[in-house]
Write a protein that binds this ligand. Structure first.
Ligand code: PEP
Length: 255
C-alpha cells in the first residue's frame, strides 16, 4: 500500500485546556470550516468533562471525537481513572495513548502503555499511539534505540487485524509545544524508520497500511511541506488545534 492509499489522519489534542462551553464553541466553529472534506480523517480530543457535550455538537459531522488517555479496567475502584467503555459511552471513537506528557509527568512505562493499548483496542476504541525521543536522546545518538523500544514494547502482542484501529504518532519531545518543528527530512527519516520497525515486527501488509502522524509544533505554515514526505500520513496537533481556523488550515494542507 502506498502513501496515496493511506487516508491522512489529523487530530487535535486539546490537552488540559478549555472549559465545557469553550470546547463546545471550538467544535462548533471547526465544523463548518472542514465540512465536506472527506480526504482526511479528522479527530478532536477535548478534556474528559467536555467529551459528551462536544460529541453532541459533532454528531452528523465529519469530525470524530477522541479522548486523551484511558485506563486498563472497565470499571471499579480506580479513583480518578476512566475506562475505554466509558469513553465509547460518551461518544468517543478514538483515544490517544502514550503521549510524552503521560510518559514524563505520570511515569507511564512502555509495558503499561502496551496494556492500555491492548485494552482500549479490545474495548473497540481506535488509538493514536504516541512515541518519540527527547532532545537528549537524539543528541546522544540513542534515538533509534528509543523508538525501537517504544514500538516493540508498546505494540507487543498486537495482531494484524488490530492495526486497522491503530495509528502511530511520531512526536519528538523536543518539538512538542516548543515552536521548534522537525524539518521535513528529520520527520521523514523517523517515520521511515518507524515503518521499517513495524514491518520487521508485524509484516509488510501492516507496515504499508499504517498511518504515522507527525506531532510537534505543527502549524498551517509547515504542514504542507511535512505532509509531502512519503511516510508522513497526518498530524497530531497541540497548540494549533486550540483555534478552529489554524486547525482547519492544517486539515486543508493535507488534502
Ligand atoms: C502534542 O502535544 O501532541 C503536540 C504535538 O503539541 P504541539 O502541536 O503544541 O507541539
Amino acid at each position: 500500500m502506498s502513501k496515496t492509499t493511506r487516508k491522512p489522519l489529523v487530530a487535535g489534542n486539546w490537552k488540559m485546556n478549555k472549559m465545557v462551553g469553550e470546547s463546545v464553541d471550538l467544535a462548533a466553529a471547526l465544523k463548518p470550516l472542514v465540512a465536506g472534506i472527506d480526504g482526511a480523517d479528522i479527530v478532536v480530543c477535548p478534556v474528559y468533562t467536555a467529551l459528551y457535550a462536544v460529541g453532541e455538537v459533532l454528531k452528523g459531522s465529519n469530525v470524530e471525537l477522541g479522548a486523551q488517555n484511558c485506563y486498563v479496567k472497565e470499571s471499579g475502584a480506580y479513583t480518578g481513572e476512566i475506562s475505554p467503555q466509558m469513553l465509547l459511552d460518551a461518544g468517543c471513537q478514538w483515544t490517544i495513548i502514550g503521549h510524552s506528557e503521560r510518559r514524563e509527568y505520570f511515569g507511564e512505562s512502555d509495558a503499561f502503555l502496551n496494556e492500555k493499548l491492548t485494552f482500549a483496542l479490545g474495548a473497540g476504541l481506535k488509538v493514536m499511539f504516541c512515541i518519540g525521543e527527547t532532545l537528549e536522546e537524539r543528541e546522544g545518538g540513542t534515538m533509534n534505540e528509543v523508538l525501537t523500544r517504544q514500538v516493540v514494547e508498546g505494540l507487543k502482542g498486537l495482531q494484524e487485524g488490530d492495526f486497522a484501529s491503530v495509528a502511530i504518532a511520531y512526536e519528538p519531545v523536543w518539538a512538542i509545544g516548543t515552536g521548534v518543528v522537525a524539518t521535513p527530512e528529520q520527520a521523514q527519516e523517523a517515520h521511515a524508520f518507524i515503518r521499517s520497525l513495524v514491518q520487521e515486527n508485524f509484516g509488510e501488509v501492516v507496515a504499508s497500511a499504517l498511518r504515522i502522524q507527525y506531532g510537534g509544533s505543527a502549524k498551517p505554515g509547515n504542514a504542507g511541506e511535512l505532509i509531502s514526505q512519503p511516510d508522513v500520513d497526518g498530524f497530531l496537533v497541540g497548540g494549533a488545534a486550540l483555534k478552529a481556523d489554524s486547525f482547519a488550515d492544517i486539515v486543508k494542507a493535507v488534502v
